[in-house]
Design a protein around this ligand. Structure first.
Ligand code: 0RA
Length: 653
C-alpha cells in the first residue's frame, strides 16, 4: 500500500509536468514572445544563456553553438554538467526535472546573477516543450548520461551510455524546433551571431564558437578586451577623440563595468546591460551612470579652469553628445519593469553605480589630463551648438511649427482624438498621399504625405534638422516633442505607419524615416508605435476575379489554380504553350498606381492589411546599421549592401 501511494505521488508529479508542457505548447508566445523567426531564435538564446550562467558561476569558459545541416541546433559547454542524480522531492533525475519542469532550473542553481528578465530565463524546459525532439548529453562524475524527449516528454529515464574521460565534463544539448509550433524553422546565422557577439563582448573570459554546418561558416567570438572592444566595434566607423575609458569594480556586492569614448559625431549611444540583458528601457543603473558622468566631468572642468565661471552652463545632454558607452552590471535579484521588462528598478543599484563611477572616473581624469581636456572641449562645443539650436527652435516655435495647436497644412487629421485608437500614415509622395486621403477611414486614420526625401539626420546638426520642412511637419503632427524632451506618452497617435513604394527609393525613404525616429524619437520605437505598411506587389485578374499577392510566392500560389497542365505563366499573363488564359498580372511599381479603394482594401483596412511592427531587438545592432547605412564612411556601407544583397527580393532599377 505504501508503494501504491508513492506511485500516485509520481503520477501526480507527472500530471503537473504534462500540464506545464501543455500550457507552453498552447500559448508559446507567452513564453518566447512569438512563433515567428524571433521566437525561433529565442530558443537558441535560451539554451546559450544557460551555458553562459554556468560560465559566470566560474565553471565554464568554452561554448560551441552549431547550426546543423538539417536545421537542428546543438549547444555544448565545458561546465559542471547538469546534475543527473535523483532529485529527492521529485523522485526522478535532477536532469529530467530541469528539462521538463517550468522554472526548475533556478532551484539548483546557486548562481547569484541568474538572468531573470524579459524573455530570457524562461527555462530550458520551454525549449524542450517546443521541440519536436531534444536530446541532452551530460558528462560528469566519470560518466556520459543521456536523455531524449519528444515535445518535452522524456522518451526514457536518464541512462548512462558510456564513460567520460578523466576531468571531462559539460553539457551538450541538441534540438529540433517543432514545425507544428513555428511558422518557419530555418535559422539565420547572423541573428544567432549577433547575440553571441554581444555575449562575448560582455563576458571577456568566455570563448563562444559558432559553426554553420550548412555552409561551413565558422567564427569564434572571444574578446579579451571585453567592453573596450565593444565600444571600439560600435564606433568602428566614427572618429574617436581619445583612448577608450575603462572602469571596473564592485560596490555593495554589485559588479560594475563601464567603457566609453567620445567621437566626432553628435549622437548619444549608451547601451546598458543587467545580467547580460540589454536594458533598452534603461533604469537605475543608467541613471546612476548619467549623474556620475555629469557631476564628475563638471567638477573636473571647473577645478581645472577648463570652463570659465559664469560663461556657459553645461547640461547633462552636453556631456553625452558624441558619447558611445556600454555599461554592464550584475544584480543578484534584479527587478525588471517597463513595457518590455527591460528597465531596471532596483534603487540600490543607482547609488552603487553612481558612487563607483564618481570615484573611479575622477581618478582616471586626474591621471589622464589630456583625455580630460579633449572630453571637456567636446562638451563645450555641444553646449554652444545647443545654444544655437535653442535659438533656432525658439524661432520655429514662434512660427508655431512645433505647436500642436497649429498642425501642418499637409496633414489630413482624423476625427477621433483618443491617441490609442488613432493612427497616422506617413506616405511617400503627394499622389499616393492623395489616394490614401480618399481611401482612408477618416475617423481614426490620419495621412501625412511627404514630398521627396527627408534629411539624413545621421549627418546633420540639430539646428539643420529642425529647419527641414518634412521633419517639422512630423514633429508637429506627432505632437510629443523632439530629442531629449520627446515623450511617447503624449503622442497624438498610437500607431505611426510608414507607407513607401516597394522600390529602391521607397526603401531609402523608409530608412531615412527610421533613422530619424531611432535617433530623435527613440521611445516611439521602443514603445512599439512604429509600423511599416505592406502594400501588395501584384494584382492577378481573371475576368471579374481579382487577387492581390504580396510576394512572388503568393503570386505563384494563386497562379497555380489557373496553371494549365503545370505549364508556366509569365508575367504578361500568357502561358508558355501560347494559350492566352485571360489572366492579367500587374506588378505594382508604386503606391500611386493603386486607386483609393485598392489602397484601402490591400494596405490600410485594419481587417485585411498586414503591418510590420518595428522593434529594436538589439539596440547596439540597430545603432550599427544606421551608422553603416547613413554615416560618413563609404566602404562599410558598400560592404553591408553587398552582404545583404541576397536578401533583397525586389530590386527595381
Ligand atoms: C545547476 C547545478 C550544476 C550545474 C548546472 C546547473 C548546469 C546547468 C547547465 C545548463 C547548461 N549547461 C549547464 N551546466 C551546468 C552543478 C551542481 C554541482 O555539480 O554541484
Amino acid at each position: 500500500m505504501a508503494n501504491g501511494s508513492k506511485e500516485n505521488d509520481y503520477s501526480a508529479k507527472n500530471i503537473n509536468v504534462l500540464k506545464g508542457l501543455e500550457a507552453v505548447r498552447k500559448r508559446p508566445a507567452m513564453y518566447i514572445g512569438d512563433v515567428g523567426p524571433r521566437g525561433l531564435h529565442h530558443l537558441v538564446n535560451e539554451v546559450v544563456d544557460n551555458s553562459i550562467d554556468e560560465a559566470l558561476a566560474g565553471y565554464a569558459d568554452n561554448i560551441i553553438v552549431k547550426i546543423l545541416k538539417d536545421e537542428t541546433i546543438s549547444i555544448e559547454d565545458n561546465g559542471r554538467g547538469i546534475p543527473v542524480d535523483m532529485h529527492p522531492e521529485e523522485k526522478r533525475s535532477a536532469l529530467e526535472v530541469v528539462m521538463t519542469m517550468l522554472h526548475a532550473g533556478g532551484k539548483f542553481d546557486k548562481n547569484t546573477y541568474k538572468v531573470s528578465g524579459g524573455l530570457h530565463g524562461v527555462g530550458v524546459s520551454v525549449v524542450n516543450a517546443l521541440s519536436e525532439w531534444l536530446r541532452v548529453e551530460v558528462r560528469r562524475d566519470g560518466g556520459v548520461f543521456l536523455q531524449e524527449y519528444k515535445r518535452g516528454i522524456p522518451v526514457k529515464p536518464v541512462k548512462e551510455i558510456g564513460k567520460a574521460k578523466k576531468n571531462e565534463r559539460g553539457t551538450l544539448t541538441t534540438f529540433r524546433p517543432d514545425s507544428e509550433i513555428f511558422k518557419v524553422t530555418t535559422f539565420k546565422f547572423d541573428t544567432i551571431a549577433e547575440r553571441i557577439r554581444e555575449l562575448a563582448y560582455l563576458n571577456k573570459n568566455i570563448s563562444i564558437r559558432l559553426i554553420d554546418e550548412r555552409d561551413g561558416e565558422d567564427i569564434t567570438f572571444h574578446f579579451k578586451g571585453g567592453l573596450i572592444e565593444f565600444v571600439k566595434y560600435l564606433d568602428e566607423n566614427r572618429e574617436p577623440l581619445h583612448k577608450t575609458v575603462y572602469i571596473e569594480g564592485e560596490k555593495d556586492g554589485t559588479p560594475i563595468e563601464l567603457a566609453f569614448q567620445y567621437n566626432a559625431s553628435y549622437s548619444e549611444n549608451i547601451f546598458s546591460y543587467v545580467n547580460n540583458i540589454n536594458t533598452t528601457e534603461g533604469g537605475t543603473h543608467l541613471v546612476g551612470f548619467k549623474s556620475a558622468l555629469t557631476r564628475t566631468l563638471n567638477n573636473y572642468a571647473y577645478k581645472n579652469g577648463l570652463i570659465k565661471e559664469g560663461k556657459i552652463q553645461l547640461t547633462g545632454d552636453d556631456f553625452r553628445e558624441g558619447l558611445t558607452a556600454v555599461i554592464s552590471v550584475k544584480v543578484s535579484e534584479p527587478q525588471f519593469e517597463g513595457q518590455t521588462k527591460t528597465k531596471l528598478g532596483n534603487s540600490e543599484t543607482k547609488s552603487a553605480v553612481e558612487t563607483l563611477i564618481n570615484d573611479k572616473l575622477g581618478e582616471f581624469l586626474e591621471e589622464n589630463p589630456s583625455v580630460g581636456k579633449k572630453i571637456i572641449e567636446k562638451c563645450l562645443m555641444a553646449a554652444e551648438a545647443r545654444e544655437a539650436s535653442r535659438k533656432a527652435r525658439d524661432l520655429t516655435r514662434r512660427k508655431n511649427a512645433l505647436d500642436t495647436m497649429n498642425l501642418p497644412g499637409k496633414l489630413a487629421d482624423c476625427s477621433i482624438t483618443d491617441p490609442e485608437h488613432c493612427e497616422m500614415y506617413i506616405v511617400e509622395g503627394d499622389s499616393a498621399g492623395g489616394s490614401a486621403k480618399q481611401g482612408r477611414d477618416r475617423r481614426f486614420q490620419a495621412i501625412l504625405p511627404l514630398r521627396g526625401k527627408i534629411l539624413n539626420v545621421e549627418k546633420a546638426k540639430v539646428n539643420k534638422i529642425l529647419e527641414n520642412n518634412e521633419i517639422k511637419a512630423m514633429i508637429a503632427a506627432i505632437g510629443s516633442g523632439f530629442g531629449p524632451d520627446f515623450d511617447h506618452n503624449k503622442a497624438r497617435y498610437g500607431k505611426i505607419i510608414l507607407m513607401t513604394d516597394a522600390d529602391v527609393d521607397g526603401s531609402h525613404i523608409r530608412t531615412l524615416l527610421l533613422t530619424f525616429f531611432y535617433r530623435y524619437m527613440n521611445d516611439l520605437i521602443t514603445s512599439g508605435k512604429v509600423y511599416i505598411a505592406q502594400p501588395p506587389l501584384y494584382k492577378i485578374k481573371k475576368g471579374k476575379e481579382e487577387y492581390y499577392a504580396f510576394d512572388e510566392k503568393e503570386r505563384d500560389e494563386i497562379l497555380k489554380r489557373y496553371r494549365p497542365n503545370g505549364k508556366e505563366i509569365d508575367e504578361t499573363g500568357i502561358s508558355e504553350d501560347g494559350m492566352p488564359k485571360g489572366i492579367v498580372i500587374s506588378r505594382y511599381k508604386g503606391l500611386g498606381e493603386m486607386n483609393p479603394e485598392q489602397l484601402w482594401e490591400t494596405t490600410m483596412n485594419p481587417e485585411t492589411r498586414t503591418v510590420l511592427q518595428v522593434n529594436v531587438e538589439s539596440a547596439a545592432a540597430a545603432d550599427k546599421i544606421f551608422e553603416t547605412l547613413m554615416g560618413d564612411a563609404v566602404e562599410p556601407r558598400r560592404a553591408f549592401i553587398e552582404k545583404n544583397a541576397k536578401y533583397v527580393r525586389n530590386l527595381d532599377i
